[in-house]
Write a protein that binds this ligand. Structure first.
Ligand SMILES: Nc1ncnc2c1ncn2[C@@H]1O[C@H](COP(=O)(O)OP(=O)(O)OP(=O)(O)O)[C@@H](O)[C@H]1O
Length: 219
């Protein structure tokens, strides 16, 4: 599903920083993998490239056989909206929208009718055990509840893969285990490919493969 060949990425700041130095990586459909590496090793950079949120300088990236290179912003957004669900450490919920409105948002961008997106969002909230919290705002939810709302939002477009950047980074250890179990179940039951960036060896151990990045390459 994901194929990377000799992918390079440099940030051109005051001093150029060659972050990814020839990444070769294959992730098959249905895999449940984690990416580990020291702080600054390029994990988020790699995840952003996989999620078509950022460009790379050279090499090859194909997603489901489609070459991802120099896409227009609208084409990139279309691929993201239809293929990829994102989960972030800081949840990235919209604070002035309640839980069900947050979950509905990706469908709004897909032009789905108000009624249909509300019905679907309620279904996903229910699946994640949050039906009774639908009209609560993010600041009224615990960290674990916020992350479950974010997971519902990631799932609602039925993505083929989920990219998660430190999904448990802001959660206590008990809630982390619950969220990881949820992601694991999703992988087992629905075969959604998942790529999880984490610092936490306990989180990585729960995935089926650990990819280690060091000095800009995969070990
Ligand atoms: N937009 C940017 N412009 C310039 N440099 C950047 C940019 N984004 C990241 N970097 C630098 O690139 C390097 C890799 O960053 P990245 O966020 O990919 O690492 P990481 O492995 O995810 O780190 P962490 O575990 O701390 O989140 C770091 O040195 C970072 O400072």
């Amino acid at each position: 599903m994901i194929h990377l060949e000799n992918v390079n990425k440099t940030y051109f700041g005051a001093q150029p920083l060659h972050v990814l130095k020839g990444i070769n990586l294959d992730i098959e459909a249905g895999e449940f993998v984690s990416i580990m590496g020291a702080s600054g090793s390029g994990k988020s950079t790699l995840l952003n490239i996989l999620g078509i949120l950022d460009n790379y300088d050279s090499g090859l990236y194909t997603l489901n056989g489609v070459r991802i290179w120099n896409l227009s912003e609208s084409k990139a957004a279309e691929y993201r909206n239809h293929m990829i669900g994102f989960i972030f450490q800081s949840f990235n919920l919209i604070s002035f929208k309640n839980a069900v409105e947050n979950v509905e948002l990706p469908l709004f961008y897909q032009g789905v009718s108000r009624k249909k997106r509300h019905t679907l969002a309620m279904e996903y909230l229910e699946r994640l055990g949050l039906k009774d919290w639908a009209d609560h705002y993010p600041n009224e939810l615990s960290g674990g509840q916020k992350q479950r709302v974010a997971i519902a939002r990631a799932l609602i477009t039925k993505p083929q893969m989920i990219l998660a950047d430190e999904p448990t980074g802001a959660l206590d250890s008990k809630t982390s285990v619950e969220v990881m179990q949820l992601l694991k179940d999703l992988n087992a039951q629905e075969h959604i490919t998942q790529v999880i960036v984490t610092h936490d060896p306990g989180v990585a151990e729960q995935t089926n493969r650990i990819i280690r990045i060091k000095d800009g390459i995969i070990e």
